[in-house]
Ligand binder design. Structure first.
Ligand code: CA
Length: 229
């Protein structure tokens, strides 16, 4: 399941995009401003960015130029959305680092086809994405998690939580950072919900002896690390 960050300031369009992409099986995070988008990009690891051109606090294209200077975002597929349709804009959108470009209004079918095409291109059509750390293997596309030869039984939230941790090993996340990065669009969740899912994740890891990889950092939050706590 791919994660998509949608940056769009028109609330109706943003909600519609988020709903329809969720229905199509993607996980979505949304932002209405560049400021918000910046925070969400930092704390989550989207597989694709849908980026509106004109946003209230800055231009999507300017921000795109900035994020392309960061090494880890060099290969992030970016589809620009814009109300302008002139050829010169199209050229500058692609020059600015966008992989593709859609002019509003566009059909959802068209958008989904472009998204599939970008994700295919960036996954190289090769073997599916895997993360392996500390004896745990996550298969991102199939949502399978293995430890040693055994399969871990994880709920969808625990899978996403583990994926988020394993994508950023050793990094300490506060509860609110985890809410942003793992739950994202559901803003009304309380911070202690994070603790509940951390407990479930550890419990699921217990049979394989890996529960100690999910570590509590006192006064700061949680991290995934193969080093001793
Ligand atoms: Ca706009």
């Amino acid at each position: 399941m791919a994660h998509i960050l949608i940056v769009e300031d028109e609330a109706d369009l943003r909600d519609m995009l988020s709903e329809s992409l969720e229905q199509a099986g993607y996980d979505t995070l949304t932002a209405g401003t560049i400021g918000e988008a910046r925070r969400k990009l930092e704390h989550s690891s989207p597989d694709l960015l849908l980026l509106d051109w004109m946003l209230p606090d800055a231009s999507g294209l300017q921000w795109l130029r900035q994020i392309r200077r960061v090494k880890k975002f060099l290969d992030l597929p970016v589809i620009m959305l814009t109300a302008r349709g002139e050829v010169s804009d199209r050229v500058s959108g692609l020059d600015g680092g966008a992989d593709d470009y859609l002019v509003k209004p566009f059909s959802l079918k068209e958008l989904q086809a472009r998204i599939r095409s970008q994700l295919r291109k960036h996954n190289g059509g090769g073997p599916q994405e895997r993360i392996e750390i500390g004896g745990i293997t996550l298969e991102i596309d199939t949502h399978r998690a293995m430890a040693g030869s055994g399969e871990l039984r994880l709920g969808p939230t625990e899978f996403r939580l583990l994926k988020h941790f394993m994508a950023h090993p050793d990094r300490v996340f506060s509860r609110s950072q985890l809410l942003d990065g793992v739950w994202g669009h559901q803003v009304f969740i309380e911070e202690r919900t994070v603790d509940v899912h951390i407990r479930r994740l550890r419990k699921a890891l217990e049979p394989s002896g890996k529960a100690g990889l999910v570590q509590t950092v006192r006064g700061a939050g949680y991290r995934f690390s193969t080093r001793d706590n």
